[in-house]
Design a protein around this ligand. Structure first.
Ligand code: SAM
Ligand code: DTB
Ligand code: SF4
Length: 327
């Protein structure tokens, strides 16, 4: 018997979603969608808790890829200067500061197409040093091979972030220097290594609702759902092809969060980039709809994020608190 013939438990993770199923969730009345997502959220998480991650760009700019949203691609004139890979000690000191500021996970980002073996020892030593501080570790370094993923895992890397960015039908409009399949292959290597995956995408790049459903459909039908699922609201970067993109309607953004919560019920759904231009009310609605993770710290990679005082005030107003995590 098909386990998903109603009545079934909507809070149980499943991997047999169809694109039509996911699109149908987007079409629900807003209040019904948010209510369902909030119910599922409560089944797996304490809805008063937020997981707190902090980013550091450990190697900025000069990237050979042409992701149309990105400040760090060498294809676009964005005014972001290219830097070398930071020393492990500098990164570890920044992580200690992030921990003191309340971060639970420290995410190291590099503007690379792929990780080069020559950089692996330095990256592994920063990962090991950050892990030794008692933080969860995450890195986003472009494509990785199986051997590299295994080495990162052995060094103490808990999460690897690699986003699918958008639905498969819209992807070519955004990036042409690597394929959707390249991204799926990196995610497979990460899973195989035993690391947790952090994988999501961006809204606000001119995609349709069907493309948004397409992204969530891909995530929901992976062999295992990403443990972290970041939903970024595009930070428009002047000089990039998407620099003049109109903002996505706030309610559509909340729908994206709610559908993510419903199709990947046990994932940490992160309200990622874009909080800088969101009101406290919109953020609260996103938390109600199932978002339970944010980036803290005044900087993302190259763009701004609400500062510590603003986020302290937000959490206090909402009577929300950091998630209990074991690093
Ligand atoms: N270079 C690596 C890669 O692309 O795999 C890692 C860093 S890259 C900056 C990580 C992710 O950040 C991208 O896949 C994209 O989803 C997100 N991102 C980058 N620029 C953004 C922007 N301007 N607004 C929102 N999200 C963005
Ligand atoms: C993710 O999904 N969002 C983060 C992290 N993973 C690496 C990056 C957001 C970048 C926002 C634009 C910038 O600061 O350059
Ligand atoms: Fe390079 Fe990553 Fe930016 Fe794409 S998103 S241009 S791969 S840094």
């Amino acid at each position: 018997m098909n386990a998903h013939v109603p009545p079934y438990d909507p809070a149980l993770p499943r991997h047999d979603w169809t694109l039509a199923d996911v699109e149908a969730l987007f079409e629900l009345p807003f209040t019904e969608l948010v209510f369902r997502a909030a119910e599922v959220h409560r089944r797996w998480f304490d809805p008063a808790e937020l997981q707190l991650s902090q980013l550091l760009s450990v190697k900025t700019g000069g990237c050979p890829e042409n992701c149309g949203y990105c400040a760090q691609s060498q294809s676009f004139k964005t005014g972001v200067a290219a830097t070398k890979l930071m020393d492990a000690e500098t990164v570890i000191a920044a992580a200690a500061e992030a921990k003191a500021g309340g971060a639970q996970r420290f995410c190291m980002g590099a503007a690379w197409r792929d990780l080069k073996d020559r950089d692996l020892p330095k990256v592994c030593s920063m990962v090991a040093g950050v892990k030794a501080l008692g933080l969860e570790t995450c890195a986003t370094l472009g494509m990785v091979t199986q051997d590299q993923a295994n080495a990162l895992k052995a060094a103490g890397l808990d999460y690897y972030n690699h986003n699918l960015d958008t639905g498969p039908d819209y992807y070519d409009q955004v990036v042409t220097t690597r394929t959707y399949q390249d991204r799926l292959d990196t995610l497979a290597a990460v899973r195989e290594s035993g690391m947790s995956t952090c994988c999501g995408g961006i809204v606000g790049m001119g995609e349709t609702r069907r493309d948004r459903a397409g992204l969530l459909h891909q995530l929901a039908t992976l062999p295992s759902h990403p443990e972290s699922l970041p939903i970024n609201d595009l930070m428009p970067i002047p000089g990039t092809p998407l620099g003049d993109s109109p903002p996505v309607d706030g309610l559509e953004f909340v729908r994206m969060i709610a559908v993510a919560r419903l199709v990947c019920p046990k994932s940490m759904v992160r309200l990622a980039a874009g909080r800088e231009h969101m009101s406290p009310e919109l953020q609260a609605l996103a938390f109600l709809a199932g978002a339970n993770s944010i980036f803290i710290g005044a900087r993302l990679l190259t763009t701004d994020n609400p500062d510590q005082d603003a986020d302290k005030a937000l959490l206090a107003d909402l009577k929300m608190r950091p998630m209990t995590v074991r690093a």
